[in-house]
Design a protein around this ligand. Structure first.
Ligand code: G6P
Length: 612
């Protein structure tokens, strides 16, 4: 949610910042801006994409070796040139880029208005820039002292990069709730919302913690906290991310690349975690906490969006195999409803980014109430893995497309391994069945490869559906979360209204919507509810709905009932979500492309939602 890049060193700052903003554009893309300090302050902002900003300033001066930029996902104020970041204080002393929300901005603004400050934008960030200037002009303080003092008055979440026109050799950066990473080069430093714009230049990074304030000059970096001017020792880490993973690899969109990467990303997810003879699963991050998980009274899964759908699959897996009751919660609901949490509950937070504000808040509540809190995350070093007691990384590689694809299948793969291992620990699965299940999991990548082979036929089906305005997705059991995920994918990127439903629930409402215009996508591979879902398909057919069915290879029964049939290879029921979601990802992708949507950057969405 909003991308920030800063640079101080010996190279041209503009080139580094603009390139970094393009890599971070998946975090927000409604407007962009850049500030360069080169004896004087250059400030350029533009509604739209980073490329619009670039085009609008192509003939303007862009010198200097210190600068910062921002690509925005609007929270306060509509996307336009004025509300775009960076924001400058009234007399131009401070320039600020900000990710997050300053919750008490209205009170601060009122005070500043009384002090004769005026505001150009509707943003909370401009209020903060003016607050800085107000304190700075009051007394004999350095820019750093001013920042620390102003932050002690701020309530909310932020990742901030701040420049002071009077101190042209410094970048000040601060974090609370919104991630910031500092890259350390030779006589140069980089700041960004995540490591993607940094790895081209250096792998040595510092992830800021909440309440950290870093003052960066070309000669070095000083880390302090908002409360204390005492320097603290930064924890320098090596980041494990390759620049090669950050391009489209010949595909038209990141989303398509990421869909096609799934045979490999899933293999990466279980690599090294399954014994070569498939006799056992070993999840290093959970070694020490298994005794507590084995005896859990209950498992509570918290997540948002696609990760929540993975959590629903987890519910089916844990309950079926490990026989532990599971609740799946939206982070945003859990955090505000005073949930009952027992010390022998195990809470699992699932998050691709590891930064989703609502999920983070939920785990803090669970921790405070004594539960064991685990994380399943993709982004290494992100906030959730750092705040949980233990966890497992999905290792799916960077996911850039805003619509999540390979992260979902990787999350389900981890949940599958956790559920099987837990079942084995608890003796709720026989060792024979355990081995067979593991074996079946290891051949899933080949089956995904085969499922991807329906690409061309799915394009044909997409052509037929692309002008629909509504659609219904149905599934039962393990395939119900897949129906939800298929519907979410479609609405996210094609803007077609789509509802996911448990197939049998259709008759309690959505069936009223079915007529000859209504596409009904039914996930109906061969499993224990197959006969039941065949009856549901009959009910749709009787109302003349357009049936698109995802079926197991060789299915003849549904083939005779549905207008379009997309096949996936046969697999065990508990693995069917990983496989059957693939055609739904492709279907939404092609429909969106045919409708002319910006697939990787759909309107109003952001990849990582760091505000509540
Ligand atoms: C945003 C993204 C979704 C994602 C959700 C949760 O809404 O657009 O694709 O599923 O956040 O994100 P997380 O990083 O916690 O999985």
């Amino acid at each position: 949610m909003c991308g920030i890049v800063g640079y101080i060193g010996h190279r041209n700052a503009y080139d580094i910042v603009i390139k970094g903003l393009k890599l971070l554009e998946y975090r927000g893309y409604d407007s962009a801006g850049i500030t360069l300090l080169d004896n004087k302050t250059y400030l350029y902002k533009k509604k739209g994409k980073v490329s619009d900003l670039e085009e609008s300033i192509k003939d303007l001066p862009k010198g200097g070796t210190l600068g910062m930029g921002h690509t925005r996902w609007a929270t306060h104020g509509e996307p336009n040139d004025t509300n775009a970041h960076p924001h400058q204080s009234q007399n131009g002393k401070f320039i600020v880029v900000h990710n997050g929300i300053i919750e008490n901005y209205a009170d601060l603004k009122k005070t500043l208005l009384e002090k004769d400050y005026s505001f150009k934008s509707e943003t909370d960030t401009e209020v903060f820039a003016n607050l800085l200037e107000y304190f700075y002009l009051q007394g004999n303080m350095s820019a750093e002292e001013t920042v620390r003092m102003a932050l002690s008055r701020v309530v909310g979440a932020y990742g901030l990069v701040i420049l002071c026109a009077d101190e042209q050799d410094k970048i000040i950066t601060a974090r609370k709730g919104s991630p910031l990473v500092i890259g350390i080069g030779q006589g140069e430093y980089f700041v960004a919302s995540d490591a993607t714009p940094i790895v081209e230049y250096t792998k040595s990074v510092i992830y800021l913690n909440d309440d950290d304030v870093a003052v960066i000059s070309r000669d070095g970096l000083q880390l302090k906290t908002i409360k204390s001017s005492q320097s603290i020792q930064p924890h320098i880490q090596e980041v494990d991310l390759n620049i090669g993973e950050l391009d489209k690899g010949g595909y038209d969109h990141f989303m398509l690349k990421e869909i096609h990467e799934q045979p490999r990303s899933i293999a990466d997810t279980f690599r090294g975690r399954i014994l070569p003879d498939c006799s056992d699963i070993s999840l290093g991050g959970l070694h020490e906490v298994w005794p507590k998980i084995n005896n859990a009274r209950r498992i509570i899964i918290v997540a948002c969006g696609t990760s929540w759908h993975a959590g629903l699959v987890g519910e089916y897996l844990f309950e079926e195999y490990a026989r532990i009751p599971v609740e799946v919660e939206y982070g945003s609901e859990f955090r505000y409803r005073n949930p009952i949490i027992y010390p022998d509950d195990v809470v699992i937070a699932i998050s691709q980014s590891g930064e989703t504000a609502d999920t983070l808040a939920a785990i803090r509540i669970a921790k405070a109430q004594g539960a064991l809190v685990l994380g399943i995350c993709n982004v290494v070093g992100s906030s959730i893995p750092r705040e949980t007691h233990a966890g497992v990384y999905t290792h799916a590689g960077p996911e850039i497309g805003v619509a999540s694809t390979k992260a979902f299948t990787a999350q389900v793969t981890i949940l599958t391994m956790m559920a099987l291992k837990l079942a084995s620990n608890r003796g709720t699965i026989s060792q024979d069945k355990y081995r067979m299940a593991i074996k079946e999991l290891t051949i899933i990548p080949e089956k995904i490869e085969r499922a991807l082979g329906s690409n061309e036929y799915i394009q044909y089906v997409s052509e037929k559906l692309k002008d629909s305005t509504n659609s219904i997705y149905l599934g039962r059991g393990y395939l119900y979360p897949v129906a939800l995920e298929g519907a979410l994918k479609l609405k996210e990127i094609s803007y077609i209204h789509a509802e996911g439903y448990p197939a049998a629930e259709m008759k309690h409402g959505p069936i009223a919507l079915i007529d000859e215009q209504m596409p009904v996508v039914v996930v109906a591979t061969k499993d224990s509810s197959y006969e039941k879902i065949v009856s549901n398909i009959q009910e749709v057919k009787a109302r003349k709905g357009i049936i698109i069915a995802i079926v197991t290879e060789g299915d003849t029964i549904i083939k005779n009932m549905a207008q379009y049939v997309i096949e996936v290879p046969e697999t065990a029921e508990f693995l069917s979500p990983i496989l059957s979601v693939i055609p739904l990802q492709l279907l939404s992708y092609y429909i969106a492309v045919m409708r002319g949507s910006n697939v990787d950057q759909p309107r109003n969405l952001a990849k990582s939602v760091t505000v509540e």
